[in-house]
Ligand binder design. Structure first.
Ligand SMILES: Nc1ncnc2c1ncn2[C@@H]1O[C@H](COP(=O)(O)OP(=O)(O)O)[C@@H](O)[C@H]1O
Ligand SMILES: [Mg+2]
Length: 153
């Protein structure tokens, strides 16, 4: 099961749903890295996201965690989903060293992780923001409109 969720076998999503798939991924991650994961799901409701969109969301979380494992030296990660009637907000924050290893001059074509997260967010009509908060670490926030809901009257 855990190996499936790392690779995100489609049956995990279909049988257990996105929150279970991400929850398992977080469990796996904290077991295989010396990093504590705080996963806050809120009143999650992903049923108005298509299967492709749910895969985008999963891949975004996966890429953010891969970066944290590779580059951050963080001890703790916070993943938080916030849902409102009109949007989904996802925040992934770590308490690592921030963009210490990134001088902006690296060959961009070799570093497509963040660009990929941006593109997946854009495909869903959303926006992504990356910040290095003064307190340290990296914070990735994204907002995705829930345009599928029937318009309020
Ligand atoms: N959580 C993070 N903490 C510190 N540095 C980060 C973090 N995420 C990304 N980075 C920096 O941003 C760079 C670009 O990330 P990315 O686009 O995913 O490419 P890659 O991971 O292949 O280097 C990384 O090489 C790293 O220097
Ligand atoms: Mg990366």
């Amino acid at each position: 099961m855990s190996r499936l969720s790392r690779g995100l076998h489609s049956s995990v999503l279909d049988n257990f749903g996105l929150e279970a798939a991400i929850g398992r991924y977080c469990d796996d991650f904290s077991r295989t890295h010396p990093i504590k994961v705080n996963f806050e799901l809120g009143d999650s409701e992903f049923s108005d996201f298509t299967r492709d969109e749910q895969i985008h969301l999963y891949r975004i979380v996966q890429e953010a965690f891969t970066n944290i494992a590779r580059h951050s030296r963080a001890k703790t990660v916070w993943v938080k989903f916030d849902h409102t009637a009109c949007e989904l907000q996802l925040t992934i924050r770590d308490d690592g060293q921030g963009f210490a290893t990134w001088d902006g001059k690296q060959n961009l074509s070799r570093h497509l992780g963040i660009e990929g997260m941006r593109q997946r967010t854009a495909i869903m009509g959303g926006a992504l923001d990356i910040a290095s908060p003064p307190a340290g670490g990296v914070e990735i926030s994204l907002w995705i409109p829930r345009r599928r809901a029937a318009p309020a009257r």
